[in-house]
Design a protein around this ligand. Sequence first.
Ligand SMILES: [Fe+2]
Ligand SMILES: [Fe+2]
Length: 266
Amino acid sequence: MAIALEKFQQQGGRIATDDLDFDAFRSDPLHPDVLRCLAYMHDIEYQTVLYTREMLMTKAWKDPEMTGFITLWNYEEYWHGQALGQVLAAHDIPAHQPRLVAMRSWNEHYLRWSPALFWFLGTAIGSFPAVHMTWGAINEWTANAGYNRLALIADHPVLTELLGRIMRQEGRHAAFYAAKARDLLIDDRRAQRVTRWFLRHQWEPVGSGDVPKLETDFTTAYLFGGVEGGELVDRVEARIDALPGLRGLNLVRPAIAASIAAMLVV
Ligand SMILES: [Fe+2]
Ligand SMILES: [Fe+2]
């Protein structure tokens, strides 16, 4: 049963950052590798508005609960991007609009056509909402695991507090997506088959294709390459396994292994 939109309205909104001391990064800066991951996350958080554009090309527009969720989700993710941009700016790394202009121009060809692609998929494939909701849940789970790892690796009090606040919102996003996915997958063998096919053949870590592959590989390998990262990935795999009809996909582990292998040859 999907979580109520009212709960989302009551608990959601712009993430609080006014009380955080971003100047602390000037005297106690983050490691360049941590900043590279943060830049990746900044880009992907801000990309949510373009994911929104794609979602609204599917039949999601028909369901007021979905459009309500998309509105609030998009707003919250925007402020995640804004907050991470403040961390980058405190290290004199370009953030916000200049990064996004460059990113959208790099990916212009795909972005020009992606609404048409999603319209086609959403119209031609009856079970596409199940694919989309499952995909969203996996991306939120992996984003949450990524923030968890980054906070532990960086071990900086201001970043830990900021990422903790972001993670609480990501957890709600994941819960909504997963509940919707469960509703659409349960007792629907066709939806399960279609979703398994898309995940197996098309799924890649969140942000793949939005930024150069090297950045996805770096962030994925850096955050999940070690033992602690592997344990978090196991938890994500267990959550995917628990969705109706999706047991045994083994989706995230091979993607991480591929990123690690790609980084070894760079
Ligand atoms: Fe986010
Ligand atoms: Fe999220």
